[in-house]
Every structure is written in C-alpha cells, then in structure tokens.
Design a protein around this ligand. Structure first.
Ligand code: ZN
Length: 277
C-alpha cells in the first residue's frame, strides 16, 4: 500500500472557478455560500481530525438548494472540473494508475468521496476528498467512512503510515500442502488509533481473505521455481537471497504491505520446509 499523490493546489480557487462557470440559479446560490464553503475547506485541509466527530454538514437538511448545487459541482462537468477529475487518475504514481490504492487488486476506475457528498455536500469537489478507487471497493465503502466518530478507512492522501510493515504472511503445511495465511500486526511506532483504522479498512474490504486466495493460487508456481533452482544446484542460502530480492522489489514498487511482497518474505523464511515438500 502507498500514499496517493495529492494534486489539489488551491482548492478554494478551484471552487470559485467552478461556481463562475455555472449557470443561474446555481451560480448565485453558490456565490452566496462561498465564505461558508471556504471555512469548511479550511477545516478539512488544516484540521482534518476534527471531522471524525463533527455531527453534520455546515449546510442543514433544510438548505436543499444549496446542498443540491454543491453536489452538482462534482456531477456536472464544468470546464475547470473535468480536467481536474481526469488528472486525479493520471497524476498518480505508476502503480496507482493501474491498481486501486484501497485494495491494490483492481483498476481504479472511479473516484471515491472519502466523506460522502450526501452527508457533507461542501466536500463534493474538494480534491483532497476524491480518491481513485476500484468499482468493488467503492461499492463496499459507499458512504461509510466513520462509525462512532472514528474513521474506518485509510485516507490515502492524509495517512502516512505506509513505511511501517503491518501485513505479514506465515506458512503452515497441512498434509504436505503449504498454505499461506496473512495477518495484521501492529508495528511499534504506529499508534493504536492508526492501527485500528488499518484493521477496519482490511476488515470492511475483506482484504486478508482476498490476499490469501491470491497468495495460495500463485504459491504452487513459485514453489516449482525454487525447486527447479535447487535441482539446478543453487544452495538454500542462494534461494533465500533470490526470494528476498523479489520481496524487496515488490516492496519498492508497491509498498511494504503488498501481498506479494509479504508472500516472498514468508517463503524466504521457510525455504527448508518448502524444499522438503
Ligand atoms: Zn479496490
């Protein structure tokens, strides 16, 4: 897993431009609430942690027109809005152009409103709130971003704990069949709060099970490769070094918590057992 590249440079200027490109009555309605939107933006951008416990939007349910036009800033493709939405996909690191940051399994074809636009319409077109996401993750996450005032999903612009390894694999051998299991373990320098978000993120998106299926479906091929290497005269230590190289190559490209990286880490720690099969 890795952080997304945040491309928003002047979020409120973008909002003002989008408003200017709107037709009336939207333009007037949005112009009248500009200051309130700016205050909301500042809270998100500078004091994001406050939002977990914020009861509701600045815009009450009675302000139907205001809420609808704020949401329309996202859905209607203005001259300013359209290329920004495209850039959120195109200006990501190479891996995240192809893989959804939430799962690293599927192509990110949608933008997830981290904080849902029905709940907080003021963040409908805040770039910091728009995260590339695959269809499945977006469907599962829907509007659920917090529960009991605690965030339940990783925020891929704000959270920066990816230099810690928290995803691990271990090997069990049952009736001569090797099985890889994955688990989350809290690194020492990660706070309990951050680790809890990671645990919920994995739980809600069913990532451990999905990664386990992928590991075990590729394990037999990887097992053949190391057995061939052994038969061709490579020592166990040389095979360990090869597996560690694969582990670090995947970690460099996809982050320390990529399922393939932890799979090679696990294999490198169990070469004797694997070759004895
Ligand atoms: Zn996904």
């Amino acid at each position: 897993m890795m952080q997304c590249n945040y491309i928003g440079n002047n979020e409120f200027e973008t909002f003002k431009k989008i408003v200017e490109e709107k037709y009336n009555p939207g333009r007037t309605i949005l112009t009248n609430i500009k200051t309130r939107v700016e205050t909301s933006y500042i809270q998100y951008l500078d004091r994001f942690t406050e939002l977990e416990a914020k009861p509701s939007s600045e815009f009450t349910v009675a302000e139907i027109e205001e809420r609808n036009h704020l949401q329309g800033c996202y859905s209607s493709l203005t001259e300013t809005g359209k290329p920004i939405k495209a850039s959120i996909f195109s200006e990501q690191p190479t891996v995240l152009k192809m893989l959804c940051p939430f799962c690293l399994l599927d192509k990110p074809k949608t933008l997830d409103h981290y904080i849902g636009k029905d709940e907080f319409p003021e963040y409908s077109f805040l770039v910091k709130n728009l995260i590339p996401c695959c269809y499945d993750c977006n469907q599962i996450k829907t509007t659920k971003w917090r529960e009991n005032n605690r965030r339940r999903f990783i925020h891929f612009y704000n959270d920066d704990f990816f230099d810690n390894q928290f995803l691990f694999s271990d090997l069990t051998i049952i009736a001569e069949t090797p099985i890889i299991n994955l688990s989350l373990q809290k690194p020492e320098n990660l706070s309990d709060e951050d680790f809890q978000i990671i645990e919920w993120h994995f739980e809600d998106l069913n990532l451990i099970q999905q990664y386990k299926e992928r590991c075990n479906s590729t394990l037999s091929t990887e097992l053949k490769i190391i057995k061939d290497s052994s038969n061709n005269g490579l020592s166990n230590q040389q095979i360990i070094t090869q597996l560690q190289t694969s582990e670090s190559n995947y970690a460099d490209d996809y982050g320390l918590n990529y399922w393939k990286s932890t799979m090679f880490q696990c294999m490198s720690q169990n070469v004797d057992e694997l070759l004895a099969l």
